[in-house]
Design a protein around this ligand. Sequence first.
Ligand code: HEC
Length: 407
Amino acid sequence: MQASANADPKGESAPVAGILAEFDGPGALKKAAVQIRDAGFTRWDCYSPFPVHGIDPAMGVRPTILPWIILGMGLTGLTIATALQWWTNGVDYPFLISGKPLFGLPANIPIMFELTILLSAFGAFFGALILNDLPKFYRPIFSSKRFKKVTDNGFFIGIEASDPHYDSKKIQSLFRQMGPLSVEEFHDTDPQGALPKAFFRVGIILFLLGLIPLALALKSRHSTSSSPRWHFWRDMDFQPVAKAQRASAFFPDGRVIRPQVEGTFAREQADDNPHLNQGRVNGKFATTFPMKLSMEMLERGKDRFDTYCAPCHGKDGRGQGLVAKRASTLGEGTWVPPSNLVDPRIEKMPVGEIYQAIRYGVRNMPKYGPQIKVEDRWAIVAYIRALQRSQNGTIKDVPEADRGKLK
Ligand code: HEC
């Protein structure tokens, strides 16, 4: 017997794991495979440095069941995704969004698709590994020195000792008839067939290291400490901003709120023109405009009035704006109807008083000073005057020549 090709003394004493025969090339390998197949062996394999065409039928390898596994996993994913979405959205927590159906196909397709693909991929990846008996760091056949050629130029057939038809002598003579380069028994030198020891050591160390953060988290949940919490990501949680009424070490006087700088005042406090800004002349409501009126100003006034005043007072100023109408429809008791601005009372009101109503508000009407600029306020006052004039006009307001055109 040629088993001495394996010179490892330890290997010789180890239990026999099978018989290995080397052949001259892919052709010889294929021929031999056919004979082994026909002899009825089941636990055997061909080993070659590259894929050999036609080796599968020669060995009688049945097509893989992997596609069926993938199909099964895919259908499982589809079912889970459909059931999950139907249950969560349609049954367990029905939540109507824009009147859409609680469970509709189009909205659920992305998840269905994703889970189908995900489980199919898992099926393909892990299925291929499991069917191929992988991952494996060791197989008894590796103990043969000769077998190392298999990644280079060696063509082998190995029959495992676990084969039900295994009979060392018979197999060896069967191989010899096929004209092999060599026939030898190979041994199981590492019956544990375990992973390299270092693998476990590193694994244990990593596992223990991984426990440290968990242990720290557990400890801090169940203990108290007088020092502030660790704050790894500060974001904007702690800002060096000064808060009103607080002390600050930044300023020599220790106050956050700064006193007014002497000899200065805020812009809106400036008032060198009470007629323009307050609508007052010598402490009384102004009766004249502080600027020259123009058509342009009236047009601007109409624009601003329609924006800011018409919602309540109405476009004609009679107090029938949309807001007022709505409020009276709702019949809310607290609503104060907007004044009729073309009423003779307001007609007699000095322009300065109307101006003040805009700037500071009047009784229940809020102030519009912050929204409307000084010039625009006056433009609105001018437009209100125009509204009053147009709605309370008499025949005397029409030029004599045109009076005949009126009916
Ligand atoms: C939110 C609704 C609302 C808007 C907008 C509004 N007002 Fe008024 N306004 C009122 C109400 C309500 C009153 C009556 C307040 C009261 O009597 O308590 C009133 C009263 C007035 C008065 C006083 C009339 C009087 O009876 O003495 C003037 C003038 C006036 N508004 C002008 C304006 C002008 C100009 C604008 C546009 C800048 C405007 N209002 C925008 C609701 C509004």
